[in-house]
Structures are given as C-alpha cells and as structure tokens.
Design a protein around this ligand. Structure first.
Ligand code: GLU
Length: 468
C-alpha cells in the first residue's frame, strides 16, 4: 500500500486553538497509526495577518502536545517560484487565462448576476480573449461551465457541487501573489499529500481544489471534512465557552496527554472508551470512526480527564511538568524520592498541576504559616499535652511508616484519653498550617523526622506564647 502522508497547514494569524489542535492531532495520529509521514506547513501568504509571534506560538503548542513532524516546516512565502511554475503550467495547458477586468466591471457583473437571481460571479469576459500578462492582469482558472464536481468525502459521503456555481476564480492576483486555493493544491501535490483531514469550514473550497488537481493531472488525495467543534450553546466554539489556546492549558496545569485524549474524543470514538494513553491512540486511531456530528466542548469533562491522566502518570514523570508551577511559588525541585512521594500522595486529589503545586507547598516551606481560623480552633491549650507527647515519641522513632505511626498515636490517645480526631487536627495545623490535607500518617511519613519535629516544636511554642 502507498505510504500515507498527511499534513497540518496552520495560518499563523494567532494562537493554536482547540479546533486547530484537533485537526493537527487527527492528521498526526493517522500518520503515526499507518507508519506514514506527517508534514507541517505554515500558510503565511496573507502577509497582513501572519506574524512571527504566531508561528512561534504554533510551534510551541505543537511541541508541548508532543506532535512531531517528519517534514517541514515549509513556509508558503518561500515557495513562490514553485507556484509560478504551476501557474505557467495552467496557462500553457489552457486551464487558466489572464483577465484585465477592472474591479468596477466585476462589481457590475456581480450585481447583474444577483439581479437575475444568480450567485454573484465573474461572467467569463476574458476567458477566450487570449490576453497576455500585463501589470493589472489577474490569472483566472477556467472552471467547467456545465456538469457537476463531486467531492468524495470520507466523513460526509459524496458532496455534489454544480459547476455553473463555481465561477472562473482568481488564482493569482495582479501583484503576482497566488491565492489560497491554488497554493494549497500546489503544496499538497508537491508534498505528495494523499490524505487531507480538515475542518468542514473548508468544504466550500474543495470543489475548486479538486478542479485544480484535475487540471494539473495530479492524483486526488482522500478528503475528510470534520465537523467543527461547538460550544455548549451549539454555536462555534470561542473563549466564552471556556475554550483557551493550547498553551493556556499548559499554563493552567493540564497534561498534554490529557488534552490530546480530550481533543481526539471530540469527533472520534472507539466504542465508548473515554480514557486513552497516547500509545493506545496511535494503535487504535482510524479515520472511519470520525463522527458526522459536531463535538461539543465541555471544560468540565476535560478537567476530569486531566485528573485521570494525573493519576495514571508515574510520579517521576510528573516532576518536570510540575516544576514550573512550584517555581512560580519560589520552590525549586529536582527529581528525588521526596518529590515523588509528595506527588504520589497528591495525585489522587489534584485536577491540575497548578492545584497540585499549591497543595505541595507545605511539604517545602521551612516556616509554616498557620491559617488564622485553623490556629484559633486547634492550636490552643488543650493541644499542648498531646503535641508534646507526640513530639517526644516521634523524636525517638527513626523511620516513619504507617504501622509505627499508628502505634505512636495510639499511645498518645491512651495517655491523654483523647480521640484521634482531637489529636490529629492540631498536628495537621502544626505540619501544614491548614485543616485539610492528605491523611495525617501519610504526610508525617513523607515529611520525616527532620521536618515533623521542628514543626511540632514550633506549634508548641506558639501555644505557649499564647498562654504567656
Ligand atoms: N491554512 C488553513 C487554515 O488554517 C488550512 C487549509 C487546509 O487545511 O487546506 O484553516
């Protein structure tokens, strides 16, 4: 079988968003699944709207998503010689012609067409004139005047377009810049792209592109137009539906694999399975299970999936993605047993890495700041004797584990006649500054004697200070 070659051709006019990222993913996954190739092309011919900052942002987002490319990035602005060659081919084979109609003349044609109930269109005035290139001439493609053009779409089935509705569209402007439909086709032909999966906002371009393939006698690629991603009110997805750019998800503590998982499921399914690792997606992704109905973006579902991916990731693999969030709080971490233990404890209760970093703070602070309410409620005279006893007994233990910590607490309960809760809460406030944390034995075991004893002593002094 022929090698599958797919592509992602973003226009660098802004950040990479959910819809674009999903298109990239479908093409990337299919190429990986088929052991094919994935090409990256930057469609930067609209020089007024394209920016280097957008190019950089797109690379940044793709790299974070771990979407790698085998070829490119190609930049359309560096390929004008190729486009020129193909324009000449179309002129020479009588599939295109120069047109010198002025904008005013074209306006009149359009109005006349509309007045007679037709779509605004160019009337073909210059089609048979055999005009030569002049400064004000555009190049138009000779569209067939009758018949139909059928797009055999992998997702939507056959889509039939009446040729008399496709006028002789411009493929090169008078300033010499080729137009979008033309350059896309030349690129896809010269890059040997044979599978094109893209948003269905491009469906209307496809018949024009198909005619260009035929005129250039190039084999047709397989087309699949994916329904757009919608917001909860079923209008086109935007910020107000809670959708962000790809890198904003990174900055808010999402894992790339979680976003990948979520985006792929927005329009593709594999039975009713929701959770996929990246390797699993590569193994099972195919085009026939891309759905015909639009996916509705659900930020809560994405968040839940992120939590699931956090839980499913080995702690050592979360150290690097977590590090920037702790760094923002002034804490530098490196991969060691301590952080891995912290992550293991926090993973089941963190929906994002940002949340995890906030919860991890007390493990790293030298000086615990007590939340006012927590201190008022629990760090008071009644806690003094259990805290002192615990400090003494825990100080005598060299290794902390669930079993011997339970014994120590039992001892203290016996000696003070207090229930576990009455002891655990002051200890929790002493160790974390807060009233909520992972299990008390769990955090004592992770913190270890070198952090636990000074924190207990500080709480004891704090209470004694109150009394004095
Ligand atoms: N550059 C186009 C876009 O960003 C994609 C064109 C295509 O997929 O053919 O929408």
């Amino acid at each position: 079988m022929e090698e599958i070659i797919t592509r992602f051709p973003p226009s660098p006019t802004g950040h990479l968003h959910v819809g674009g990222a999903r298109t990239a993913l479908f093409n990337w996954l299919y190429a990986r699944h088929m052991n094919g190739r994935f090409v990256l092309r930057i469609e930067d011919t609209d020089t007024r709207r394209s920016t280097q900052a957008s190019v950089d942002a797109i690379f940044d987002a793709l790299q974070w998503l771990n979407i790698d490319w085998d070829e490119g990035p190609y930049f359309q602005t560096q390929r004008f010689d190729i486009y020129k060659e193909y324009l000449n081919k179309l002129i020479d084979s009588d599939h295109a012609y120069y047109c010198t109609c002025s904008p005013d003349q074209i306006d009149v044609m359009r109005q006349q067409a509309m007045a007679s109930g037709q779509k605004p269109r160019y009337d073909g005035s210059c089609r048979e004139k055999g005009l030569k290139k002049t400064d004000d001439a555009v190049i138009r493609f000779k569209s067939p005047l009758t018949g139909t053009t059928v797009v055999e779409d992998l997702i939507k089935g056959n889509i039939v377009f009446q040729n008399d509705e496709l006028d002789d569209f411009v493929i090169c402007r008078s300033d010499g810049t080729p137009t979008y439909n033309f350059v896309v086709v030349v690129d896809d032909i010269t890059m040997n792209i044979n599978t094109i999966i893209r948003g269905d906002d491009h469906v209307m371009n496809t018949p024009k592109q198909l005619l260009l393939y035929r005129a250039l006698q190039a084999p047709l690629p397989t087309f699949g137009h994916v329904p757009m991603v919608l917001g909860s009110d079923r209008s086109r997805l935007s910020k107000r539906h809670g959708a962000m750019s790809v890198t904003e998800y990174r900055d808010q503590g999402f894992l790339p694999d979680a976003l990948v998982n979520y985006l792929v499921r927005l329009g593709w399914s594999h039975g009713d399975q929701e959770f996929f690792t990246r390797d699993e997606l590569i193994r099972v992704f195919d085009l026939k299970n891309i759905g015909r109905s639009a996916g509705v973006f659900d930020p809560d579902k994405l968040l839940a999936l992120n939590a699931e991916h956090i839980r499913a990731t080995a702690p050592e693999n979360l150290v690097a993605p977590l590090a920037p969030f702790l760094k923002d709080c002034g804490i530098e971490i490196q991969e060691d047993d301590y952080i891995c233990n912290v992550i293991e404890t926090l993973a089941p209760r963190s929906k994002t890495l940002e949340e995890m970093a906030r919860a991890a703070l007390f493990f790293y602070l030298d000086d615990i700041i007590y939340e006012e309410k927590a201190a008022r409620k629990f760090l008071k005279a009644a806690a003094l004797s259990p805290l002192k006893l615990l400090s003494e007994k825990l100080g005598a233990l060299t290794t902390y584990n669930q079993e011997n910590l339970e014994d120590v607490f039992k001892d203290v309960m016996d000696q003070t006649g207090l229930k576990l809760g009455k002891i655990a809460q002051p200890v929790r406030v002493a160790l974390t500054g807060k009233t909520a944390s992972p299990g008390i034995f769990e955090i004592i075991a992770i913190l270890g004697p070198e952090r636990v004893i000074p924190r207990l002593e500080k709480a004891i002094q704090y209470i004694e200070g109150l009394e004095g």
